[in-house]
Write a protein that binds this ligand. Structure first.
Ligand SMILES: C[S@@+](CC[C@H](N)C(=O)[O-])C[C@H]1O[C@@H](n2cnc3c(N)ncnc32)[C@H](O)[C@@H]1O
Length: 370
């Protein structure tokens, strides 16, 4: 599908053009494998800042503007190995042979079900099934799962299509608002969300590390997608569902470090704020293939969330220490500040949290933001 329309975030009136990216233009040889940009929905932004109510540029800075996409797209500074693997992945999507009306998990010959089961067994993770909450232990977040892709012809009710709804109806599901000057925009849910529900994906450009210049907005907004994940590499090397000619290129690509940068192209996931008591956890899910291009970052509710609650996850220790001077998470720090009538430093807040909660469950992978 070609670009149907430029779906900049809806904002009226606009006084400032979107920030021009200084990112290096894409290399010529990469253009032919650039995935199609799918324009997503527009989502209104609300600013409730009082003092600056009349200053629209202040209320809606350049970083609030982007083109919304429903899939990740190819960006800059990727290694040849990653570009090659994405290209091969595009040519070899995993699409089951289940016909219309068939539910993959009930078909013992289904290619997607076989792949999903192998992921579950080897990486010790429950399946992400449609309409069923994912039951994850703390140490299972960030593990990898497999779901049917949009091209699978199985029933629209197929339970393996766990991500089918994730990029739909964002305007009905979420509100993007700004209340605190320093916090920027935040996201809340318009509906109650049950624990274990995949809530939203984090979309953007798939980029190499050099795309994130130190101190830049790209550095502050990007999440790590691939991190030389040895467990995944070992798994792919022995995976029975993967064609032999794809094993080496995919294993090489997953031995790189790759990020998702949502600044130019992204979705509502880029507005999620940090919390020291988060209600979302990240999970990586392959959708319709096992190349880096098929890997999605998905946020799962780690408890029941009420309509109107701020949606948030833990950015990781190093991000907080480097970029957030005073944590304003409503779930812990703001409550505590109110109680004690003083502003605590982030270091103090995190120390408090460390006493009450295990923070090392994902090791260095918890530093998602660079
Ligand atoms: C990835 S952006 C999140 C979206 C951003 N709020 C916006 O309006 O575009 C990360 C930035 O949001 C702000 N932020 C997020 N969570 C925060 C928190 N708990 N306390 C203070 N600032 C926060 C910080 O400025 C941080 O660098």
């Amino acid at each position: 599908m070609a670009i149907t329309r430029s779906s900049k975030m809806k904002l009226r009136p606009r006084t400032q053009p979107p920030r021009v990216s200084r990112a290096k233009p894409m290399k010529k040889e990469a253009i032919f494998i650039k995935p199609t940009i799918v324009a997503g929905e527009t989502l209104p932004l609300f600013s409730r800042l009082k003092e600056f109510g009349k200053n629209l540029v202040y209320n809606f800075p350049g970083t609030a503007f982007f083109t919304s996409i429903l899939v990740n797209v190819l960006g800059d500074y990727l290694s040849k190995a990653v570009i090659e693997a994405i290209k091969l992945g595009n040519q070899n999507p995993m699409c089951c042979s289940c016909g219309p009306g068939i539910t993959c998990m009930k078909n013992s010959d289904c290619e997607c079900a076989i792949a999903s089961k192998q992921f579950q067994e080897k990486l010790k993770i429950p399946p992400v099934l449609r309409k069923k909450a994912v039951k994850l232990d703390e140490n299972q977040y960030w593990r990898i799962q497999f779901c049917c892709g949009p091209k699978c012809q199985c029933s629209s009710e197929c339970s393996l299509k766990g991500l089918d709804e994730i990029d739909k109806d964002h305007d009905k599901k979420f509100e993007v608002y700004r209340e605190e000057e320093k916090m920027g925009f935040c996201v809340s849910s318009k509906k109650d969300i049950a624990k274990g529900t995949p809530v939203m994906s984090f979309n953007g450009e798939i980029v190499g590390k050099r795309a994130l210049k130190r101190g830049s907005d790209a550095e502050q907004y990007s999440l790590r997608l691939i991190d030389q994940d040895q467990a995944l590499i070992d798994f792919l090397k022995t995976a029975k569902f993967l064609a032999k000619n794809l094993v080496r290129p995919f294993a090489t690509a997953f031995d790189r470090v790759v990020f998702i940068n949502p600044l130019k192209y992204g979705n509502v996931g880029r507005f999620l704020s940090h919390s020291c008591r988060p209600n979302l956890e990240m999970m990586r899910i392959f959708q319709g293939g096992v190349s880096p291009g098929h890997m999605r970052i998905v946020f799962i509710a780690n408890r029941n969330i009420k309509a109107g609650e701020n949606l948030c996850f833990d950015y990781g220790e190093s991000y907080v220490e480097n970029h957030i001077e005073h944590c304003m998470c409503p779930e812990l720090c703001m409550k505590k500040n109110k109680k004690e009538s003083k502003v605590n430093t982030v270091r103090t807040q995190r120390a408090v949290r460390n006493q009450t909660q295990e923070t090392s469950m994902m090791g260095r992978l918890r530093s998602f933001f660079r």
